[in-house]
Design a protein around this ligand. Structure first.
Ligand code: XMP
Length: 530
């Protein structure tokens, strides 16, 4: 969507007060087929007015709204005639600014709580009279602002929701955006589609069509260069650009020898000369070059740096061969934009770490980022629309430095082989077990990890195989449950599955005689090993 179309079409904006679920709010709104963007609470009101939103949502946040220097917003926001929904901190702030009272709660509520709602409220239309919601607050609304009435309460919280229907202002103390709030999506739907009157025009089919049109307009006869990593984002960007401009697109795929087993060939099968996409595909087999650079290097940050820098060098060399291009394409997606601090406030928590950054010496005039407005799940939907195979579209997150940060200590071709083989077995067995359980067994949903992989510890120990003493490496299995990859818990993979993996790894992967399961949460651990 270009700027003009963005302005004229329906949009809801999320004003970010630093809470941890802010991107989730925007995602849920988009699931209601309403386009939604996140802005910091520091955004000027004139800018907000100029965007002409159909509705405004104020997010949660870690502060107390009655304290000096807490994030706030001017009263005028509530007088624009635009519907406003405050969530948690946003709800308290709305009450505080409009003359209600917020104080420290006598009882702190945390977790799943039964909430009694008033179905007469447009916000709770079709919601059960008593419904489970996710609460997390230390402060509470002890008195609603003038003109507001209470439309939900719990045993400990007299104001779980309040409304001034006439002015279309709504405040919810709990978090409708998290899945634990059983009817949360319905409440958000009621707000954006009912109260705000959005028609629900945001759909992936139309996104693909629209983007293809815009890319053609923007690129004209120009040439586009894309660094394809084989990850979800760059693959979908490649698919989209290919559909729009065919052979005007050249993709450079650098195989750094730190990919998962067979992955380089899989990427080539999809995007290479025998694949289904119309584009120029260049595969650079830089394995040996990377291993040479990494020889003897054990310090994690140094390894990351070498891998990132080497990627830029290889990419530049290829770009030089191609000559000047008009556009450099990137697979930037909306969370990257928000997390790099351009959009929301919670951004600062996570510094973004992708391979390389921008190459210095590639000759291009402009950057093109066709997925800049999309969340990950939308990128995946666009990928399926474009005919990219499911295996690629639903790939797990995989770090730019690849297996380089899953091999503790020095990286060698031999260690890469070991971790690739062990990882392939582990993923195969977890996928098999998860698929079986998914046929009607809730347990799988509980343990199915969001990210899982094998890593190679730098530890060797004594074992016995047949009658022989062995002195081999230990493989570590990692599997985590996580919502945002900023915090994570070890997944409770059934012991029987782990045992199968252990047996297969030790029997099938030469050089391994011990298998560990990593129980560490994040924090204090990280998901990756280096
Ligand atoms: P950590 O190890 O920081 O990982 O807990 C959090 C998530 O980020 C991924 N990760 C990376 N992704 N480049 C990436 O593109 C990187 O350098 C990188 N390091 C970690 C990791 O796989 C996990 O999903």
């Amino acid at each position: 969507m270009n700027m003009e179309e963005k302005l004229s079409s329906e949009k809801v904006i999320v004003i970010d007060f630093g809470g941890q679920y802010n991107q989730l709010v925007a995602r849920r709104v988009r699931e209601c087929n309403v386009y939604c963007e996140i802005y910091s609470y520091k955004t000027d009101i004139e800018q907000i007015k100029a965007m002409n939103p159909k509705g405004i949502i104020l997010t949660g946040g870690p502060n107390s709204c009655y304290e000096d220097n807490s994030p706030t917003y001017q009263k005028e926001l509530f007088e624009l005639g635009i519907p406003v929904l405050g969530l948690c901190y946003g709800a308290q702030l709305m009450m505080h600014v409009l003359g209600g009272k917020v104080e420290k709660a006598p009882v702190r509520e945390y977790g799943k709580i039964q909430v009694a709602v008033d179905n007469a409220s447009a916000l709770f239309s079709d919601v059960a009279e008593t419904t489970v919601c996710w609460m997390s607050h230390n402060d509470y609304i002890s008195q609603v602002a003038p003109g507001f009435s209470i439309c939900a309460h719990t045993a400990d919280c007299p104001v779980a929701a309040a409304e001034c229907a006439e002015k279309r202002l709504y405040a919810i103390q709990f978090h409708p955006e998290v899945l634990h709030t059983v009817e949360g999506t319905k409440m958000l739907y009621n707000f954006v589609r009912g109260i705000c009157g959005c028609a629900g025009t945001w759909r992936m089919e139309s996104f693909v069509e629209e983007s293809v049109k815009q890319i053609r307009e923007k690129v004209g006869e120009g040439k586009v260069l894309l660094a394809l990593s084989g990850g979800v984002d760059s693959s979908v960007a490649a698919g989209l650009l290919s559909r729009a401009i065919g052979k005007q697109l050249t993709c450079v795929f650098v195989d750094h020898g730190l990919l998962r087993k067979d992955e380089g060939d899989e990427v080539e099968a999809v995007f290479g000369a025998n694949g289904d996409f119309d584009l120029n595909f260049i595969r650079v087999n830089a394995q040996e070059r990377y291993y040479a650079k990494l020889a003897g290097v054990t310090e994690p940050e140094r390894k990351r740096k070498i891998i990132g820098e080497e990627f830029i060098r290889v990419f530049e060399e290829e770009a030089k061969k191609i000559g000047a291009v008009d556009f450099l394409a990137q697979g930037t997606i909306y969370p990257d934009v928000v997390e790099s601090g351009l959009g929301g406030e919670s951004a600062v928590i996570k510094s973004h770490h992708n391979v390389g950054g921008l190459p210095d010496y590639v000759d291009f005039k402009e950057i093109i980022e066709p997925l800049r407005d999309l969340f990950k799940d939308e990128v995946r939907k666009a990928g399926l629309e474009l005919g990219i195979p499911e295996k690629l579209v639903f790939r797990q997150p995989f770090p730019g430095p690849g297996l380089g940060i899953r091999i503790i200590g020095e990286v060698t071709a031999e260690k890469v082989r070991i971790v690739q083989d062990a990882d392939a077995i582990y993923r195969e067995e977890v996928d098999k077990a998860a698929a079986l359980c998914a046929k009607g067994d809730d347990a799988a949903v509980m343990w199915k990890p969001d990210q899982y992989f094998a890593a190679l510890t730098n530890m060797r120990s004594v074992g016995v195989m047949g009658d022989e003493r062995t002195y081999d490496y230990a493989v570590a299995l990692r599997a985590v449950k996580t919502v945002d990859f900023m915090t994570a818990e070890a997944a409770e993979i059934p012991f029987a599955v782990l045992q199968v993996v252990m047996n297969r790894v030790i029997n099938e992967v030469r050089g391994v005689n011990r298998v560990f399961y990593d129980l560490t949460s994040k924090p204090p651990g990280t998901i990756e090993f280096e």
